[in-house]
Design a protein around this ligand. Structure first.
Ligand code: DAK
Length: 241
């Protein structure tokens, strides 16, 4: 039994699977495929998951062998159905502050790390899940994906820094809590591309391979200029370029 266990461990190592409780990480050459792995709660983000996600992204950020990250959710139903409502309801004010800081740090890391992060939105992307997708550089959605910011229906506000579709559309989505499908998300610029669910990972791999054929240094500099340039005045943005 020990030999079989050891063989299993070797096989896992050979497939480059790193071990986390709430994440699955697999590397294929210079591409990392990172899955949020809480399928029983539709990949809801609890504090433990966000802690692992931040740790894992910190490691990837420092790893020059990884150039593209594909972020997705385990299972066929959800990308991330939001922050973990059950956990959030029990947080003290201090824990709430810790959770906010963790979310802010993690989501900002995705926006600022040199690697390109592609969100493969494979189902529900709700609340913090929609914001997680927004923090990625590029979003490819399965045709079955559903997006919403349901927070105002829960008596809270979105708080992970999502900003992508412009003030008017963002206010409509946040105030009404309406769910939109992948096609509508595409129409309003919330996702870059919609593909049949069965083709989602292949489409993301094709996109990742295309990025690998370009200069990683140039892409990381362009990403930094875009991210910083959006949040600064024109003159400073042009200086940076
Ligand atoms: N949290 C915890 N558990 C969740 C969850 C969530 N967000 N979403 C789903 N689950 C759990 C369900 O409770 C259920 O658990 P069991 O009953 O089996 O134990 C399991 O996942 C399967 O869900 P359902 O049985 O409900 O599945 P259905 O197909 O019927 O429905 C659904 C799927 C996605 C429509 C439904 O589960 C749903 O409406 N879920 C809640 C979605 C939601 O409201 N998400 C937004 C969460 S609020 C902030 C920072 C961050 C945030 C806010 C402020 N600051 C710094 C200010 C973030 C807020 C959010 O993300």
């Amino acid at each position: 039994r020990r030999a079989r266990r050891s063989l299993k461990r070797c096989a896992a190592a050979q497939r480059n699977h790193a071990m986390y409780e709430h994440l699955l990480l697999e590397t294929k050459g210079q591409i990392a495929i990172l899955k949020i792995n809480n399928p029983k709660s539709l990949n809801a983000l609890n504090i433990a998951t966000m802690t692992e996600l931040n740790e894992c992204l910190t490691n990837i950020e420092a790893n020059k062998d990884i150039r593209v990250v594909i972020l997705t959710g385990e299972g066929s139903k959800a990308f991330v159905a939001g922050a973990d409502i059950a956990e959030m309801a029990k947080l003290t004010a201090a824990e709430g502050r810790t959770m906010s800081l963790l979310g802010k740090t993690t989501f900002r890391r995705i926006e600022t790390m040199p690697q390109v992060v592609i969100a493969a939105v494979n189902g529900y992307a709700l609340g913090g899940g929609c914001e997680l997708a927004m923090s990625c550089d590029i979003r490819v959605a399965a045709d079955s994906a559903v997006f919403a910011q349901p927070e105002c229906g829960l008596g809270i506000i979105p708080g992970f820094g999502g900003r992508l579709v412009g003030k008017g559309r963002a206010k409509e989505l946040i105030f009404t809590c309406d769910r939109i499908d992948a096609q509508e998300a595409y129409r309003i610029g919330l996702v870059n591309k919609v593909v049949p669910q069965a083709e989602l990972m292949d489409a993301c791999m094709t996109m990742a391979e295309k990025l690998l054929s370009k200069s990683s240094y140039a892409i990381s500099m362009a990403k930094a200029c875009i991210e910083t340039g959006m949040d600064t005045d024109l003159s400073s943005g042009l200086d940076l370029e």
